[in-house]
Ligand binder design. Structure first.
Ligand SMILES: [Zn+2]
Length: 432
C-alpha cells in the first residue's frame, strides 16, 4: 500500500512538473541577432527556449502566454562564445618562483571556480581546457556539469603530454629538486609505449581531448621554442592511440617543423602556430586542420611578466615569437586555413577572453569571421556543431548579448552584458 501511495504521489509530482516545464518557456526579444551560419545580422527576432533548448526563431513568432520574456530589443544577440584554448585551473600570481615552488594543487583548485565564473560571465559558454595538473580540470568540469559551480561547459585535456626536458616538464632548476610527488601523475612521457600508456591514463581519468607539446614553448625555461620535442613516430603513436579511444588531439606547436609533423601525425588543431611556413599552411588546408592562435596574450606577457620575475630568457622568446605569430596568423587566415578562437586564458587574467577579437580583425579577419571563429568554427572543431555554435532550432540555448553591434565595433565583445547557458540566465545587465 505504501508503495502504491508512493507511486501515486510520484505521478502527481511528475504531472506537476509537466505544467511547471510549460512555464519554463523563455522568449528572447532580440533587437539584432547575429546569424553566424549565414553571416548576416537579422533584426527584431524572437527566440523561444524550452528548458535548455531553442525551439523557435523568427520575426513573427507568437510568444506563449506563460513565457518569461527577456527583453533584449536594444541589444545585439549572438551565440555563446567558445574559447578552444583555456587553462581554467591557473593564472599567474605576483611571482614566477612562488607560483612554481610555493603553491600546491590545492591552491590552484580553490581558485579555479573563480576563474570559471569569470569566463562564463565574460560571455564564454564553452571552452576546451588545454591541460591542467592533478586532474583539477576534471573535477571542475564535473562540478560545472552538475550545476554546483558557475562556469562554461568544459572539454578537458588533463595532463598535457610532452617529452622529458620539454615544455610540459620543469626545466632550468637544480636537478635535485624533485617537484612531482608521483612520477606517474604527470604528462611527461617518452617513447611510443610510454606515450600510449599516458594517453590511456588520461582517458581513464576523464580526458575529453588529448593535448601534447609538439615543440618547445615560451613560458618554460627550455630554450628551443621552434624545435620539435617528439619524433614523428611518437606523435603518430599518440594520435593513433587517442583515435582508438575516440578522442581527438591538439598540439601545442610554435615551430615550423613541429607544426608539419603534428599535422601529418593526425592532430585536429595546431595551437599557437607561431612559426608556420607556406608548406605548413598548405598542409593544414589540405587536411582541414584548425589553427588556434593566441594572438592577444603577447601584449599582456610583454607588459606584465618581467614584473612577475620571469627570467629574461623567457621574455626574449616572447619578444621573438609574439610578433611573428601575428604576421603568420594573417598569412594563414588569408590562405584559407580554418581558424578557431583560442586565447591561452590563464596566461593572462581569466575573463579577458574577448580581447583577442580586436587582434583577429587587425590581423586579417572580418568581424563576422572573428565571431564565427568563436562560435560555429569552434563548435565544428570541438565536435559540438549539432548542439552549439549558432542560434538554431534544436541547439542548446547558449546565448549572449552586447549593447552595440560587434560587426561595427568588435571590441564590444569585451563587454558582454547578458549570458545564458543551457537556457539558464547567469547575467543580465540589460534589466534596469
Ligand atoms: Zn596553453
Amino acid at each position: 500500500m505504501k508503495k502504491i501511495l508512493l507511486s501515486i504521489s510520484f505521478l502527481l509530482i511528475a504531472a506537476g512538473n509537466a505544467s511547471f516545464a510549460q512555464s519554463k518557456i523563455k522568449a528572447i526579444k532580440a533587437g539584432k541577432m547575429i546569424d553566424v551560419l549565414s553571416g548576416k545580422v537579422l533584426t527584431n527576432q524572437i527566440i523561444l527556449i524550452d528548458s535548455t533548448t531553442i525551439i523557435a526563431i523568427g520575426s513573427d513568432i507568437a510568444i506563449p502566454k506563460n513565457a518569461t520574456i527577456i527583453d533584449l530589443s536594444n541589444a545585439t544577440v549572438l551565440p555563446g562564445l567558445m574559447d578552444c584554448h583555456t587553462h581554467l585551473t591557473f593564472e599567474p600570481g605576483d611571482n614566477y618562483y612562488e607560483d612554481i615552488f610555493r603553491k600546491t594543487p590545492i591552491d590552484y583548485a580553490i581558485l579555479a571556480p573563480i576563474y570559471a565564473k569569470r569566463t562564463l560571465y565574460a560571455g564564454f559558454t564553452m571552452v576546451r581546457d588545454a591541460g591542467a595538473g592533478q586532474l583539477i580540470d576534471v573535477s571542475l568540469r564535473n562540478a560545472i556539469n552538475k550545476g554546483l559551480i558557475e562556469g562554461p561547459r568544459m572539454l578537458v585535456a588533463t595532463f598535457a603530454l610532452g617529452a622529458t626536458g620539454g615544455h610540459t616538464d620543469l626545466t632550468g632548476f637544480n636537478p635535485n629538486i624533485d617537484w612531482k610527488d608521483n612520477k606517474d601523475f604527470t604528462g611527461v612521457a617518452d617513447g611510443v609505449d610510454e606515450i600510449r600508456k599516458r594517453v590511456r591514463n588520461n582517458i581513464k581519468w576523464g580526458a575529453d581531448w588529448i593535448k601534447f607539446m609538439a615543440s618547445g614553448g615560451v613560458l618554460s625555461e627550455e630554450e628551443t621554442p621552434g624545435l620539435p620535442q617528439y619524433s614523428f613516430e611518437e606523435m603518430k603513436a599518440l594520435c593513433d592511440e587517442a583515435h582508438l579511444w575516440n578522442r581527438k588531439v591538439f598540439a601545442h606547436a610554435h615551430g615550423t617543423e613541429a607544426i608539419k609533423l603534428a599535422v601529418k601525425a593526425g592532430v585536429s588543431s595546431i595551437e599557437h602556430g607561431s612559426l608556420i611556413d607556406a608548406e605548413g599552411i598548405q598542409l593544414m588546408k589540405d587536411k582541414g586542420v584548425y589553427l588556434v592562435a593566441d594572438i592577444y596574450d603577447d601584449d599582456y606577457i610583454l607588459s606584465e611578466y618581467s614584473k612577475k620575475g620571469y627570467p629574461e630568457k623567457i621574455m626574449n622568446k616572447e619578444r621573438i615569437i609574439g610578433k611573428t605569430q601575428r604576421e603568420n596568423f594573417q598569412k594563414a587566415a588569408k590562405a584559407g586555413v580554418k581558424i578557431a578562437y583560442g586565447t591561452d586564458a590563464g596566461v593572462y587574467p581569466h575573463g579577458w577572453n574577448g580581447k583577442q577579437f580586436y587582434y583577429m580583425v587587425k590581423f586579417g579577419l572580418t568581424p563576422m569571421q572573428a565571431i564565427q571563429s568563436a562560435t560555429i568554427n569552434a563548435a565544428d572543431l570541438l565536435d559540438w556543431k549539432d548542439r552549439t555554435g549558432s542560434i538554431t532550432i534544436g541547439k542548446l540555448a547558449d546565448i549572449i548579448a552586447v549593447e552595440n553591434n560587434p560587426i561595427d565595433n568588435i571590441t564590444i565583445l569585451e563587454h558582454v552584458k547578458f549570458v545564458m547557458k543551457d537556457g539558464t540566465v547567469y547575467k543580465n545587465e540589460f534589466i534596469k
